[in-house]
Design a protein around this ligand. Sequence first.
Ligand SMILES: *[C@@H]1O[C@H](CO)[C@@H](O)[C@H](O)[C@H]1NC(C)=O
Ligand SMILES: *[C@@H]1O[C@H](CO)[C@@H](O)[C@H](O)[C@H]1NC(C)=O
Ligand SMILES: *[C@@H]1O[C@H](CO)[C@@H](O)[C@H](O)[C@H]1NC(C)=O
Ligand SMILES: *[C@@H]1O[C@H](CO)[C@@H](O)[C@H](O)[C@H]1NC(C)=O
Length: 574
Amino acid sequence: MAFQAIWVLVGVFVCSTCVKGSSQPQARVYLTFDELRETKTSEYFSLTHHPLDYRILLMDEDQDRIYVGSKDHILSLNINNISQEPLSVFWPASAIKVEECKMAGKDPTHGCGNFVRVIQAFNRTHLYVCGSGAFSPVCTYLNRGRRSEDQVFMIDSKCESGKGRCSFNPNVNTVSVMINEELFSAMYIDFMGTDAAIFRSLTKRNAVRTDQHNSKWLSEPMFVDAHVIPDGTDPNDAKVYFFFKEKLTDNSRSTKQIHSMIARICPNDTGGLRSLVNKWTTFLKARLVCSVTDEDGPETHFDELEDVFLLETDNPRTTLVYGIFTTSSSVFKGSAVCVYHLSDIQTVFNGPFAHKEGPNHQLISYQGRIPYPRPGTCPGGAFTPNMRTTKEFPDDVVTFIRNHPLMYNSIYPIHRRPLIVRTGTDYKYTKIAVDRVNAADGRYHVLFLGTDRGTVQKVVVLPSNSSASGELILEELEVFKNHAPITTMKISSKKQQLYVSSNEGLSQVSLHRCHIYGTACADCCLARDPYCAWDGHACSRFYPTGKRQQEHRSRMGTMNTFKTLMTMLYPLEW
Ligand SMILES: *[C@@H]1O[C@H](CO)[C@@H](O)[C@H](O)[C@H]1NC(C)=O
Ligand SMILES: *[C@@H]1O[C@H](CO)[C@@H](O)[C@H](O)[C@H]1NC(C)=O
Ligand SMILES: *[C@@H]1O[C@H](CO)[C@@H](O)[C@H](O)[C@H]1NC(C)=O
Ligand SMILES: *[C@@H]1O[C@H](CO)[C@@H](O)[C@H](O)[C@H]1NC(C)=O
């Protein structure tokens, strides 16, 4: 117990010297691109000197590869060292399509190429890939072999239309998940970019989509991410969650507000029988809030969701959802990290439905009768064991969901406030990944935050009851030389590596570089990096018992040295 208390004291000590009272804290260690290279804990890859938009990443930890989708290319890189020679497939748009695209007045460099936007594992041997195909989306199967030793990476089937699978415009996000060889995509389904949809395709059943041009369902959405998330113990109750923001016209119809949203559907939804034919009959959505209320001032909303990271635990109900938000305010530039309990999200979906009433179309909580099965329930799940498909749903369920897709309550973050806020900074956060670390004094969540200036900040949030800013930027790393904004981030806890992409290229950085904190025991301990501990000789990676023995290091040595240091700093407590 005493041991833990000391850590908190050290935290306060460190914080008061570098963090307190500022929303612009500095990193303890800042490494430029070249300094980072010198630590030998990073690798860099780019195919050419031209920007190729490397934003799609799919990790394959079984085959030790990372797949990259860029303009006209799909790459397979060694997950242990991305600098090594890649396997690659050149997959341009056809010359005719590129010509048509230019004739239609689209941007030749940023529009009229085949920008790969979908890479999903299809089966044991094949990936399913889609690209924007010069405003004429295309998809195909890509053979990556059964094992990485096979060194197979090739398209071995015909291309098919990517309509309903990938946006025409590469600057409009496409997000997707693959479940049992069926593709669920959220994108814009038409050339003009006015028809947004969440679509199930690549299916032996009927294709299903959101109600067309129905702004109650989707209103000029910008899609951010999609995940399959279990709900209870019955696998048939699992749902696909789509994270997005949308533009809403307010009642005066003069201004447009941006709201961040979560929508969800049941993957086995096959649409209604009489109405909502081939449309989702389980589509519900709720607003995701990330805001700060000043004691005497107004609420500052971080309206624009930029990225989502799911930190999964053994128990799905305790999963944490991390979101990066920015402001749409023209007055100041800011970004925030908000964290949500998955159980809180599910509670909102199980709560009251929103209903528009009165001359002002005010949103109120729906008080009428709710049909059975409760709208949004999955067929064949724990609550509808005798309804195998949505076609068996009663008409009133289908009608209800068509008119009431929105939940009345909004989803609020843990403690109703952001975990991290940055205002008045000259950068914004764009992407997030989170790792759970077993440190000498307990478990920590370490946040890796990508910025729009080509850096990654490694942040640890200290347990602190008194202030919301118990956070410490351990490192800020320039992962891109030219400060290109970070577009995608993937983390492998297994490999202890972070993979970061930008328009320019791809970087791989180790989650830790303990030696940079210095050569003395005090430097190491005061750094507060949960990955690191003093091992008697140097600041090095700390492994909890079992693993540490594999590393042939003595944990007791560390603890004793640490205790000695603590005794020096805080004699009374020890
Ligand atoms: C990664 O691969 C590159 C190119 O083969 C090589 O120069 C570099 O030393 C490798 N890095 C490590 C850590 O082995
Ligand atoms: C995977 O799917 C592809 C494309 O349909 C097919 O050609 C291949 O045989 C499948 N592989 C396995 C192992 O089922
Ligand atoms: C969908 O239905 C099939 C057949 O009833 C079932 O095997 C599968 O588990 C269901 N999948 C989901 C995600 O509910
Ligand atoms: C923080 O609050 C929790 C619960 O209220 C308490 O158990 C814990 O001891 C507090 N920690 C500190 C450092 O005050």
